[in-house]
Structures are given as C-alpha cells and as structure tokens.
Design a protein around this ligand. Sequence first.
Ligand SMILES: Nc1ncnc2c1ncn2[C@@H]1O[C@H](COP(=O)(O)OP(=O)(O)OP(=O)(O)O)[C@@H](O)[C@H]1O
Ligand SMILES: [Mg+2]
Length: 304
Amino acid sequence: MADCLCCQKPLEGEGRYHPRCLNKLFGTTRLPTIAFGVADMPSLVAEAKGRISISGVQMKASVRLDRETSRLESVSTGGTHILKPEPERFPQIPHNENLCMNMAEELGLRVPPHGLFAMADGKLCYVVKRFDRADDGRKIPAETMFQILGSTNKYEGSLEQVGKAIRAHAANVGLDAIDFFERVLLCFVTGNGDMHLKNWALLGQGTEIGLAPVYDFVSSRLYIKNEEDSALAINAKKNGLTRSDFEALANRLEIDPKAAANVFAKLRRTQDKLREMTANSELRSDLRRDLADIIASRFARLYA
Ligand SMILES: Nc1ncnc2c1ncn2[C@@H]1O[C@H](COP(=O)(O)OP(=O)(O)OP(=O)(O)O)[C@@H](O)[C@H]1O
Ligand SMILES: [Mg+2]
C-alpha cells in the first residue's frame, strides 16, 4: 500500500493522504485542489510581489484555502500557507523538502504541517503551513538571522553568531540551544549545505521569543555535488567538518558536554530510520540512491 504524501507513513485506506494529516495542514479532511500549474507561477509571484513577506530565491506563492471551492488560491495578503513548485533546475525539490521535513519530525524537532500536492499540470508541489500566522489570522512576528544580525550577505557569518543571537533573545535559552544544535547536525547528515542566515529565524514576542519551527530543510548536495558542508562557518570552517568542529560549536552554545553527547547518540539511533525513509520516499530512484549515499557518508564522518 502507498504511503501518505504528507507524513510518508503507510496509509490504511483509500487515497494518498491520512485524513489526520490533511486536517492538521488545512483544518479539514477534504483534499484541496490547485487550479494553476508550474508555468502559471511566475505571473502569480509577480502579482504578489512587493507585498509578499516570504522572499527567497526559489519560486513560491503565498496561498490560502478557499473553503467553498476547496481550492488553494494564490493571495497577496492573508496567506496561510506557502506553496513551492518544482523548478527545472532542481528536480523533485518538493519531494526532497517534504522528506527532509519528515526526517526532522522523526528526530522530534518542531516542524510545521506540510505535504506534497498535485498542481493543475499534475506536478507535485510542496505546501507548508505558515508558522507566522495564528489561527485567527493574526501575525506572529518572525525575523530571520539576516535581519537580526544586520547582515548584508546571507552566506557571510557563522553558526556561532546565530547561536549567540539565539542565546541573546530566546526565552528558553537552554532548550533552544539544543534544538539549534540538533538541527545543525541533521542538516550535516542530510547534505543540507544551504542553511544561510535567512534560513534561521526567531519567532514570537517578548517572553515568547524562540527559535522558529524548522523550514527550508532540503538536501542541497543532491544537486550541487561540490557544495561546501555548511553555508555558514562552524568552528571557522565551512568544509571538511569533523565531529570535533560540532563539539566546539556545542561548547560555544554553552551546551553541557553530556547533553551534546546525548544529541550525537540520539541522531545515531535514527540512522536506520533515515535510510528507510529515504528508500521509501517519493524521490525518483537515482535521487533516492544518491541521498542514501550522502547520508551514509555523513554518518561515517560523524561516528568514525
Ligand atoms: N512555514 C513558514 N512559515 C512562515 N514563514 C516561512 C515558512 N517557511 C519559510 N518562511 C519564510 O519565507 C522565507 C522563504 O522561505 P524558504 O526559505 O522556504 O524559501 P526558499 O526560496 O527556498 O529559500 P532560499 O532563498 O533559501 O532558497 C524564509 O526565509 C522564511 O522567512
Ligand atoms: Mg530559504
């Protein structure tokens, strides 16, 4: 039997989604339709330009479910979800992102509801619920590290700087430091070398400020074979990272060495599961094989 196109876990009945997964994402178990295809995207994006708060390099649309028609509509304001189609340059990036987000969930990280959905042209796109909107539509303030650090180049800087900003602003410093460290390790093992300053953010206000839920987790190495290990420096290095570099980062994050060792041990316990998730994913077979190789070699580097 097929797996759910949201959580990737086996389905019990008909269709391609668990009703509970659809409900978590859209607040209804009815499967929405998308009346536009990838080719319609540039004009959709252009229409919303200037007002869109979800900038980024990849094509994307801010969408909202029209409950009467059960359609996901592109909107310039009041969007509740982000829709990312498959660009020509990066085949199956929606499948890749959905898988990496499920891996993050498997590790126990905070992941917004997400899934893969067919567009009008039959191509699957990735849809994720916005974490900067409350259920009543109110905005929850979110700021990326690019803004917080007053940066002018999203690839300039270090994860120590990001960690320092988390420690300076987060209400629950200890928990967020460990959460951040876990994410950094997961990105390393999945070959995500594109976690620049705009892919880390803080969410909330006052005493509620904390690391935003996980977003933009993809294995970029699947497409960029000579990519550096990390978009931002770790222990003054972007490449050739070893376990001791991550331990040095944990130290700078003021994570107790015992707690850091627990994070390494926990990640190691998920290795088989990550391999299985890759093998059973919606990715086509060559990408599945490449990703399995990346994950195996990264685990070997961390746990030699
Ligand atoms: N689920 C979400 N809820 C709210 N805001 C989000 C969410 N996901 C992403 N964002 C915001 O939108 C921006 C763009 O999203 P994302 O990073 O997924 O797109 P991208 O174009 O793939 O990015 P990149 O420029 O790194 O390639 C992010 O920097 C973040 O500020
Ligand atoms: Mg991004």
